[in-house]
Ligand binder design. Structure first.
Ligand SMILES: Cc1ncc(COP(=O)(O)O)c(C=O)c1O
Length: 402
């Protein structure tokens, strides 16, 4: 379907536009990559928590990776089997842990206090907590510092030199069962050899822990596979490339491998569709001003991330260099910098590609720009709204006595 035909039907702008078929294809690529391995695909809900997208991935057989109690509740509403979900995080709250243990979720141990809280939650729930220890393999993922999570200085995971303390403590806790180890190196990773280096380090931890009599069943290698944000025809690693790199490393250990893809499952399945408000210049720089902004899509402002931008219709205008900016009252409010584009007319359509992950979930109502609606082209080909746009009334309803 042409985006301009869809724009003619969708009255609000900006809006997120997804392809359900692309999500299915991304899931199928992971499934095929893992054939022959005992595995759990845990979709990282933080990437996109639209309930219809979650329900769709669940219906395809996905498990879920969660970083809050509300993500766990939403995953249950979407129908995920809690025993195929994993709860991560460096600051998990007592109520969140209690819910996770009650539901049989696999829980990551992130620190000394986290282990104590997990044990307390398990005792309160009258159940055994099945836990994985989050270890930092200290392999550099070569990504933006904000999405690098597996180095020794990370706020996530245990101090590796303290591993023995954790093992002794877990052995002494009757309500906690150690079933695996976990690592997550970071996000937007485009060199799969990095995963192999980490897997080898994790396997040596598995051996070390098994030697002490623990019955480890799971190796969780996290998420993090990057996608082709630049659209320059670069050949990036696929899920098969990722799994093949670690396959022989994990094969003879008899472990269930867990992977936690977020971005690579949903990012390339969506665009943010904007309408051009106008074009201006300050003498040095040209600007295309659109109705979308950092409120709807913050990755460029937050990470200096590149997301490819195109107009929705061909143009006979010559290309010029533009910053594509929104109306939010911040100089950080841009969707793209120094982009070669033909000057569009007011009302033209402009898409920001690869907006399916960490875009809508990070959207805010800053400047009271309300969160945009989400639509998808369903697998049958029909266009369907999958979340309505937020309204000012939604905002005003939160205040009493107006
Ligand atoms: C623990 C954990 N697992 C999985 C993911 C998903 O990563 P990605 O979206 O890069 O696949 C994240 C996100 O940063 C994470 O923190």
């Amino acid at each position: 379907m042409r985006v301009d035909d869809i724009r003619a039907q969708v009255k609000e702008s900006p809006f997120y536009l997804y392809s359900q078929a692309r999500i299915s294809a991304n899931y199928a690529a992971y499934e095929a990559a893992l054939r022959g391995l005992d595995s759990i695909i845990g979709y990282a809900v933080k990437a996109n928590n639209n309930m219809l997208i979650m329900r769709h991935l669940q219906s395809l057989g996905s498990g879920a990776v969660l970083v809050s109690g509300n993500e766990l509740r939403a995953a249950m509403v979407a129908g995920f089997d809690p025993t195929r979900t994993i709860f991560n995080g460096n600051g998990k709250l007592p109520w969140e842990l209690r819910l996770a243990v009650e539901q049989g979720v696999l829980v990551n141990v992130d620190s000394e206090f986290d282990l104590d809280n997990i044990a307390a939650a398990a005792e309160a729930a009258g159940k055994t907590a099945r836990v994985l220890i989050r270890i930092n393999p200290d392999v550099d993922p070569e990504v933006h510092a904000y999405v690098s999570t597996g180095l020794a200085n990370s706020k996530f995971g245990i101090r590796n030199s303290h591993l023995q303390w954790f093992l002794d403590r877990i052995r002494a806790l009757p309500s906690v069962e150690l079933v695996g180890v976990h690592s997550h190196l970071g996000s937007t990773i485009t060199r799969v050899a990095i995963f192999r280096d980490a897997a080898q380090i994790m396997v040596s931890f598995v051996r070390q822990i098994r030697d002490q009599g623990f019955n480890l069943r799971y190796l969780n290698i996290g998420g993090g596979l990057g996608i082709d944000y630049h659209h320059k025809g670069e050949k990036l690693p696929s899920p098969a490339d990722l799994i093949d790199t670690v396959r022989d490393v994990v094969a003879d250990l008899g472990l269930t491998i867990i992977i936690e893809p977020g971005r690579s499952m949903v990012a390339n399945a969506a665009a943010l569709v904007n309408t051009v408000t106008g074009v201006k210049t300050n003498g040095n720089k040209n600007f295309i001003v659109v109705d979308g902004s950092m409120s709807a899509l913050i990755r460029p402002s937050l990470y200096d991330a590149y997301q490819h931008i195109e107009l929705t219709a061909p143009s006979s205008e010559p290309e010029q260099t533009f910053d594509v900016v929104g109306p939010v009252c911040e100089s950080a409010d841009f969707l793209g910098k120094a982009r070669p584009l033909p000057a569009p007319a007011a009302g033209a359509g402009l898409v920001v590609h690869d907006a399916g992950a960490y875009c809508m979930t990070m959207a805010s109502t800053y400047n009271l720009k309300m969160r945009p609606p989400e639509w998808w082209v369903a697998e049958g080909g029909e266009l369907r709204q999958i979340r309505r746009g937020e309204t000012l009334d939604d905002h005003l309803r939160l205040f009493e006595g107006l």
